[in-house]
Design a protein around this ligand. Structure first.
Ligand SMILES: Nc1nc2c(c(=O)[nH]1)N[C@H]1C(S)=C(S)[C@@H](COP(=O)(O)O)O[C@H]1N2
Ligand SMILES: [Mo]
Length: 209
């Protein structure tokens, strides 16, 4: 029996969703160039349907002064690699919701990053305690390739739902597709249901295309 056949007899790691494989090391994956960080003009905005109807904005210091959390979570890219047991620290999405409450009837959020990259999420998934605007990974500040100064991490969804270089959150009263969701990827992106592509969507999984 060859080495590879013997490996296949190992039970799969129960933390791996269907169709995923383990990755050693941390690949860098994104569309477009890496943005240059400009500390003086950097801000983090919350706009759209806020309860106050006002846009809110933190500068770099203000955002970094928010209460912090640490979350341990696995990371699943739709290209089939997974990284297990990452430690992310930063600001919980729930803290943003607390500091800038959404209006009634907000059902979804859009997360906006540099250069117009975006990802949509149901409000409930955004509010999940595991959803974090991470500034650090495994105790070290994010490198610029991995999203410095702030990236979103949404452990319950494929990793494209976690924009690197986040600049804004938009509160929405209806769902709208983000960057990859408009380009053939599944609106919901639950890795355990293997929701990879938009052709798999059932009625009600997303807004009409
Ligand atoms: N701004 C931005 N964020 C992004 C992407 C992107 O193209 N632009 N790609 C996403 C995808 S598909 C993945 S798998 C993860 C990869 O994160 P990493 O490069 O830190 O591994 O970032 C996500 N966040
Ligand atoms: Mo990805």
């Amino acid at each position: 029996m060859g080495q590879s056949e013997r490996e296949e007899l190992q039970p799969p790691d129960p933390r791996l969703p269907p169709g995923q494989r383990l990755q050693r090391g941390w690949p860098v994956l994104h569309y477009g160039p890496v943005p240059r960080f400009k500390p003086l003009t950097w801000d983090f905005q919350v706009f759209g349907a806020t309860a106050s109807a006002e846009k809110h904005s933190w500068d770099f210091e203000g955002f970094h002064a928010l209460p912090r959390v640490t979350v341990r979570a696995d990371f699943h890219c739709v290209t089939r690699f997974s990284m297990l047991d990452n430690e992310w620290s930063g600001v919980a999405a729930a803290t943003v919701l607390e500091q800038v409450p959404p209006a009634d009837h907000v059902t979804h959020v859009m997360i906006w990053a540099e250069y117009g990259y975006s990802a949509n999420l149901p409000l409930a998934e955004f509010a999940d305690p595991s959803t974090v605007f991470a500034t650090h990974h495994d105790g070290r500040p994010l490198t610029v390739e991995h999203g410095f100064p702030v990236r979103l991490v949404v452990p319950g969804r494929y990793a494209w739902k976690g924009p690197k270089w986040v600049r804004a959150v938009e509160y929405m009263r209806a769902d709208r597709r983000g960057f990859w969701e408009e380009r053939g990827y599944h609106n919901l992106a639950d890795p355990w249901a293997e929701q990879r592509y938009s052709y798999q969507e059932e009625p009600g999984d997303g807004p009409l295309r």
